[in-house]
Write a protein that binds this ligand. Structure first.
Ligand code: CP
Ligand code: NVA
Length: 311
């Protein structure tokens, strides 16, 4: 359907707004069915390898539960279970797994690894997070926004914090493709790569949305969504001190929410959160915080990706 069968999910660059909408509708449908206690058999007989070089709660559990709900078998392969990239090349591991599994999920450091797994395995490969992108998270975020805001087009989305991390990169693609105005509020040292912004500007032009990258926190005014992420992504723990110094003015707290001045705004975070850093506990727990809907939607949207690409 919509050219999704057999397709890998490596970055949102490779997906049209129509395909993203199709996946969101399918996820909403699968979510409603699960609520009614109806389980599907769309993935019956399939085997899915789940490779994790970095830790995970949501992504691992979302893939596992989604597989089991639809009749597939998930096989977890942690970083010490296989020898990916050090004793066995990515190319060889990909060709072995491709002979045994119907799909492969990969979470790790390098985007090149997920690209090579797709190139050599011959089966759909899903990016469960790399240093560069986190595309399955964006589907959950878009579904959550749709549930709480009704529509996506024309909404104002503000990302506060580390403007060059995997979440900021992926949100730039997702929002610009879906017609959502996106503002990245970050210190200049942590602005996204201008080449990446230029590509997303071409998507924004097509969808009729706007992109703004700024240091000015007053740009949050009128936002429909305030989004943040950890100040140190996995693998950057040694940067904690400098990030706190750089990003403290960009904390999402009550004062910032007052600046938004929109009673219908929602707060989002991909989680896990470091409360007291990027967000204060009171904002995290506020009635406008939808972070646990967002976390749940990881499972429904990942299920939709597997159903659309495998069944
Ligand atoms: N949001 C997210 O990817 O969470 P995990 O790191 O727990 O998978
Ligand atoms: N930017 C974060 C996202 C976690 C889901 C990280 O890479 O650690």
């Amino acid at each position: 359907m919509f050219g999704l069968k057999g397709k890998s999910f490596l970055t949102l660059h490779d997906f049209s707004a129509e395909q993203i909408n199709y996946l969101l509708n399918l996820a909403a449908d699968l979510k409603a069915k699960k609520r009614m206690g109806i389980k599907g058999k769309s993935l019956e007989g399939k085997n899915v390898a789940l490779i994790f070089e970095k830790p995970s709660t949501r992504t691992r559990c979302a893939f596992t539960v989604a597989c089991v709900d639809e009749g597939a078998h998930p096989e977890y392969l942690g970083k010490d279970d296989i020898q990916l990239g050090y004793k066995e090349s990515v190319e060889d591991t990909a060709r072995v797994l491709g002979r045994m599994f119907d799909a492969i999920e990969f979470r790790g450091f390098s985007q090149q690894v997920v690209t090579d797994l797709a190139k050599y395995s011959g089966v759909p490969v899903y990016n469960g997070l790399t240093d560069e992108y986190h595309p399955t998270q964006i589907l959950a975020d878009l579904l959550t926004m749709r549930e709480h805001l009704g529509t996506l087009k024309g909404k104002k989305f503000v990302f506060m914090g580390d403007g060059r991390n995997n979440m900021s990169n992926s949100l730039l693609i997702g929002c610009s493709k879906m017609g959502i105005d996106i503002v990245i509020v970050a210190p200049k040292l942590l602005w996204p790569d201008p080449n990446h912004v230029a590509v997303c500007e071409s998507y924004a032009k097509e969808s009729g949305s706007n992109i703004l990258v700024t240091e000015d926190i007053n740009a949050v005014e009128g936002a429909n969504v305030i989004y943040t992420d950890v100040w140190c992504s996995m693998g950057e723990e040694d940067k904690a001190k400098e990030r706190v110094a750089l990003l403290s003015p960009y904390q999402v707290n009550r004062k910032l929410i007052d600046k938004v001045n929109n009673p219908n705004m929602i707060f989002m975070h991909c989680l896990p959160a470091v409360k007291g850093n990027e967000v204060t506990a009171d904002v995290f727990e506020a009635s406008y915080s939808v972070v646990f809907d967002e976390a749940e939607n990881r499972m429904h949207t990942i299920k939709a990706v597997m159903v659309a690409t495998l069944s």
